[in-house]
Design a protein. Structure first.
Lengths: 292, 236
């Protein structure tokens, strides 16, 4: 199941990642963290080991990023690279070890947030995707999808909108509300494009939080069951040669002689599906418009 | 080109005549290759010739200083985070310490440039194409000098000057050897191999770092003089 967006981490022994990586994407104020808290509880009640990780929470970078955002000397390049460093630290020090131990990892924002923020600030979409070529492709990306007019009151309701959430560095408008609306509109359009390109699992974030949670649980349940079936199949495949090795003893009647009937394309019970994700920017479409 | 020029005002033409294009000159080589000595001497000479010069050094921006220090001290860095921190540092310096000066017609001297990342990070095991793509935003220098020395010469110079070889410079994070000197030999040996590969790829001007300091400097100055002569021809 080990799939990277690009060349991955050639120097590291990733090993067999038994866990499941679920990422939750969506723009600022859309309700990601509320949903993650409840999803985590629900999974733990069912007996799954869960760790959650979030944007800019790395041991290495969190302080630096806070300090950098407090001053306004960041540009698109340094902004992106600080996030990439934070992400790499969490990927190698937290996400991969947890997946190796069989945890469900819930990631609040993933590489797609970096893609969206950089591209709306004028970065080359190919460059930013190359930068994150070391990232693991998630098993599922839950996308909390919302239109900008539903988002705006929500963004303002809980706390004051900060400089970066309003995209003030982009000088779209001198008025905070106007700037935030335009910036968020652009971000949402970018998320919508990526949703098609990468096959996000979209959930309507305009719904009641209870209903959103119910829908998320159904999607996650489906994924976990699928993974359980896959593991069972893989285990059976891995066991098959062992079972047949002992059976056809010289005295055995008939001798089954079918020891090598593993399906082509599998090795030691692991399906040969490690293709790299395709990273070609998607064309624009009218349906991506966040106010449509 | 001529169309743009004809569209500019008289004032604009005057400004572009008095403002020569800034040159970006970089030096590369392993620790102990003597590149820093050479760039200092070049700096002095250019200033003496009346050329305005600024100097910038690898891994010196304030933006990631704390994180790098912390990462090194607590041994948190992986080849990928090591690489990305240096790219962030470089992007910050490119924005504030390099590009504006070049635009203003000031020469920029850089002690280590993106090739340091290509050589070192690849020697640490990151994907060679990945690190090249990472730095796709960088500016191509007007000249890149590579000071080539055999590993034993570099080791000899370092042991002679400072008592301790630095942890990451020796590639101690890779676990090649528990002995710092031996680790330095092995790791920097790999870095030299990478530099040799880069020499053809990026057209380095290779200087034999075992020659005397003034011999090397003469070669450097000859090449740099030509950079400015070319410019004088362009302007006339």
């Amino acid at each position: 199941m080990t799939r990277f967006f690009g060349p991955g981490l050639p120097y590291a022994d990733i090993g067999d990642l038994k866990g499941v990586l679920i990422t939750i994407e969506g723009t600022d104020g859309v309700g990601r963290s509320t949903q993650i808290v409840r999803l985590k509880q629900w999974l733990e009640v069912q007996g799954y080991g869960v760790i959650d990780t979030g944007w800019t929470r790395s041991e290495l970078m969190s302080e630096t990023i806070m300090a950098a955002k407090a001053g306004h000397t960041l540009n698109q390049l340094t902004f992106t690279l600080l996030y990439a460093t934070d992400f790499a630290d969490r990927l190698e020090k937290a996400i991969i070890p947890a997946l190796r131990s069989g945890f469900v990892v819930l990631a609040d924002r993933y590489v797609f947030t970096a893609f969206a923020r950089s591209v709306v600030r004028g970065a080359d979409p190919r460059w930013i995707r190359n930068v994150f070529g070391f990232a693991l492709a998630p098993d599922m990306t839950l996308y909390l999808k919302i239109d900008v007019d539903t988002l705006m009151p929500r963004l303002l309701r809980n706390r004051r909108v900060d400089f970066w959430e309003a995209g003030m560095d982009m000088h779209l408008h001198t008025d905070l509300y106007e700037s935030a609306r335009r910036y968020q509109w652009r971000l949402i359009r970018e998320y919508n494009r990526m949703s098609r390109q990468y096959g996000f699992t979209a959930v309507d974030a305009a719904l009641d939080p209870e209903e959103i949670q119910a829908r998320i649980r159904r999607k996650v349940q489906g994924l976990l069951e699928e993974r359980r079936m896959q593991t069972l199949t893989d285990n059976l495949e891995a066991l098959r040669p062992l079972l047949f090795e002992e059976a056809p003893a010289p005295a055995a009647r008939g001798g089954r002689g079918a020891a090598a009937t593993r399906p082509a394309g599998t090795q030691h019970g692991v399906p040969a599906t490690a293709h790299q994700a395709v990273l070609v920017p998607a064309p624009r479409r009218r349906g991506d418009r966040p106010d449509a | 080109m001529s169309r743009t020029r004809s569209a500019t005002t008289r004032k604009g033409r005057a400004a572009s005549r008095t403002r020569p294009r800034g040159r970006l000159i970089v030096v590369e080589g392993i620790d102990g290759s003597g590149k820093s000595t050479q760039i200092q001497l070049l700096h002095k000479w250019l200033e003496a010739r009346g050329i305005e010069v600024v100097f910038t050094e690898w891994n010196s921006s304030d933006l990631v200083r704390q994180a790098t220090k912390r990462g090194k001290k607590k041994n948190l860095l992986t080849p990928t985070t090591f690489s990305l921190l240096h790219a962030t540092d470089f992007a910050d310096r490119l924005t504030y310490n390099i590009v504006p000066y070049l635009k203003a017609g000031i020469t920029v001297l850089a002690d280590r440039y993106i090739y340091t990342a290509f050589a070192r990070d690849t020697a640490r095991g990151v994907d060679p194409q990945w690190v090249r793509d990472l730095y796709a935003f960088a500016r191509k220098p007007d000249a890149a000098f590579y000071f080539r020395v055999p590993i034993e010469v570099a080791v000899g110079r370092l042991l002679g000057s400072r008592a301790k070889i630095k942890f990451y410079e020796a590639g101690m994070d890779l676990g090649l050897s528990a002995d710092p000197v031996e680790s330095f030999r092995l790791f920097q040996g790999r870095v030299i191999d990478e530099y040799d590969r880069l020499t053809g790829e990026y057209g380095f001007r290779v200087i034999d770092g075992t020659k005397s300091i003034d011999t090397q400097q003469r070669q450097v100055r000859d090449l740099v003089r030509r950079l400015y002569d070319e410019q004088a021809q362009e302007a006339s």
